[in-house]
Design a protein around this ligand. Structure first.
Ligand code: ADP
Length: 308
C-alpha cells in the first residue's frame, strides 16, 4: 500500500525556546481519512505547518508519497492541498480570482484552470459569488473558498486544519458530505479537529496529540471498541480510603472522594461480575450513574495518562 505521508521523529522548537513538537512519528496510508485530534496548543497546526513547509522544523523528516518535502519541494507541493485555520487570502480580491491565482502558482494552463475553478466553486456552493469580493462572504463561505483553492490542482492529499471551527451545524454537515465524497473518489484526507464527533463521523484512523507527543495512534473502530467499556460513578455506603484493585481483568476503580468512586468496566466483563466483587469486598453501593459522553471521557483519560 502506498504511504501518503510519513513523518519521522519530527521536532519543532520555536525561536522562544518552546518545544511544540517533541519527536512525533506518524504514517497515513493513501486513501485514508485521518484525524489528528488534540486540545488547543497540542501541536496540530505546527505539524501541518511543517508538512506544508510553512514552518521550519528543528529535526526529523517528512515524506509525501515517498518524496522528501525538503528535497522534492515542487513535487510534494503538487501532491498537497492545505486548508489553513486562518483565512489567508486578500479580502479585496474576487472569489474567482483567488482560485485562479492559485492555479497560476501551479502553472496550470488558463483553460484548465478556468474549468477547475468553476468545478470546485460549484461543488462548494460558491459559483454564484464568483464575482464578489471575498470580504463579503460569510465565515463558512470563506472556509469553503479556502477548500476550493486548495483543490484546484487536484492534489492527492488534502490537509485541513480545523475545517469546521466556527461553522454552523448545517454547513458542517454539508462540508462533511463534500469531504466524504472526495475521499471516496480517492483523495487522501487528514484533518485536525478538537471535535471528537467530527473525527468519529468522518475518519477511519486517528492519532491523538498532546503537548507535542502522539499519545494514541489507532483506527477509529478500535478506539470506539475501547468505548464499549463503560464508566460509572458509584456512591458507596462505606468510606473509601484509596484506589483499589477489584481483581478483575482491566476493570479499575478510582477514588473520587470518601464516598464515591469512578468504575471502569471493560467490554468483556459484565456489570454483575463487578457488583459481586464489590459484595465480596464488603463495599455496599448506594447509587450509580453512567458517565456521559464516552468519547470525550476516553479522550480526557488518554490525556491524563499522558500527563501522569
Ligand atoms: P494546536 O494547533 O494543536 O492548537 P499549535 O501547533 O498551534 O497547536 O501550537 C503548539 C504550541 O506551540 C502552542 O503552545 C503554541 O503557543 C506554540 N506556538 C505556536 N506557534 C508559535 C510561535 N510562532 N512561537 C512560539 N510558540 C508558538
Amino acid at each position: 500500500m502506498t504511504t501518503a505521508i510519513s513523518i519521522k521523529n519530527l521536532q519543532k522548537t520555536y525561536a522562544n525556546g518552546f518545544e511544540a513538537l517533541k519527536g512525533i512519528s506518524l504514517e497515513v496510508e493513501q486513501g485514508d481519512f485521518f484525524a489528528l485530534l488534540g486540545p488547543n496548543g497540542a501541536g496540530k497546526s505546527t505539524t501541518i505547518g511543517v508538512i506544508s513547509t510553512l514552518v521550519n522544523k528543528t529535526s526529523g523528516s517528512v515524506e509525501v508519497f515517498g518524496k522528501n518535502v525538503d528535497t522534492h519541494v515542487y513535487e510534494t507541493k503538487l501532491d498537497l492541498g492545505v486548508v489553513p485555520q486562518e483565512v489567508n487570502f486578500s479580502q479585496f480580491e474576487k472569489v474567482r480570482d483567488i482560485v485562479m491565482t492559485q492555479a497560476g502558482y501551479y502553472g496550470m494552463p488558463r483553460q484548465l484552470a478556468s474549468e477547475r475553478c468553476e468545478k470546485y466553486l460549484r461543488k462548494l456552493g460558491l459559483w454564484e459569488k464568483r464575482s464578489e469580493k471575498s470580504r463579503s462572504l460569510s465565515g463558512g463561505m470563506k472556509r469553503r473558498l479556502m477548500i476550493a483553492r486548495a483543490l484546484v490542482h487536484e492534489p492527492r492529499l488534502l490537509i485541513l486544519d480545523e475545517p469546521t471551527a466556527g461553522v454552523d451545524i448545517e454547513l458542517r454537515r454539508s462540508m462533511w458530505e463534500f469531504l466524504t465524497e472526495i475521499n471516496k473518489n480517492g483523495t487522501t484526507i487528514i484533518l485536525t479537529t478538537h471535535y471528537l464527533e467530527e473525527a468519529e463521523q468522518l475518519c477511519r484512523n486517528i492519532a491523538i496529540i498532546d503537548e507535542g507527543n502522539i499519545i494514541e495512534n489507532t483506527s477509529m473502530r478500535k478506539l470506539l471498541a475501547e468505548l464499549d467499556s463503560q464508566v460509572f460513578i458509584l456512591d458507596t455506603a462505606i468510606e473509601i480510603a484509596a484506589d483499589f484493585d477489584l481483581g478483575l481483568e482491566n476493570a479499575s476503580v478510582r477514588k473520587i472522594d470518601e464516598h464515591s468512586v469512578e468504575l471502569l468496566v471493560p467490554g468483556g466483563i459484565s456489570i454483575n461480575q463487578v457488583f459481586s466483587r464489590f459484595d465480596q469486598l464488603g463495599i455496599k453501593i448506594d447509587s450509580m450513574r453512567n458517565k456521559t459522553n464516552r468519547l470525550e471521557q476516553l479522550f480526557l483519560s488518554k490525556l491524563n495518562d499522558n500527563q501522569n
